[in-house]
Ligand binder design. Sequence first.
Ligand SMILES: [Zn+2]
Length: 166
Amino acid sequence: MTNKYKLQVYPALVLKQRAKEVLDFNQDLKEKTDAMFEIMYEYNGIGLAGNQAGIAERIVVVDLGKEQDQGRVFINPEIIEAGADRESSEEGCLSFPDIYEPVMRSKAIKIKYVDLQGNSHEEEMDGLLARCLQHEVDHLNGIVFVDRVSKARKIGLKKKLRNLAN
Ligand SMILES: [Zn+2]
């Protein structure tokens, strides 16, 4: 079966949109989530936000490969606490092929989210999962990782973005 959703690459406008809250936990939501996993695995990503599949809804899928963080779905995720302890680490994004830039993020966060069955959860996380969720929640708010790159790196980045847009 072909996927009716496609990876959205910069400068696709949907990447700058604020995604809408999910209200219906139905089969349609499950199908969108499955389509997002398919895209994420096809491009070897570890996380994908709805916007990146052209779905302007607050859905995030993550797979870090490790057992406890395999095939995870976060609906309407919200960061309710972000640790003051921050660190810079290199990030990439499927919507910005071949661009990697260091981004400052909190080392640990606490999030609130809903699962596919409509049940609410709170979870504390750190390491790569915390970084990944901060990156994906940004997407849902129309913010992309290159928006968070330091001033010093912005000039070099502009050229790479111009090449990507052409
Ligand atoms: Zn991304």
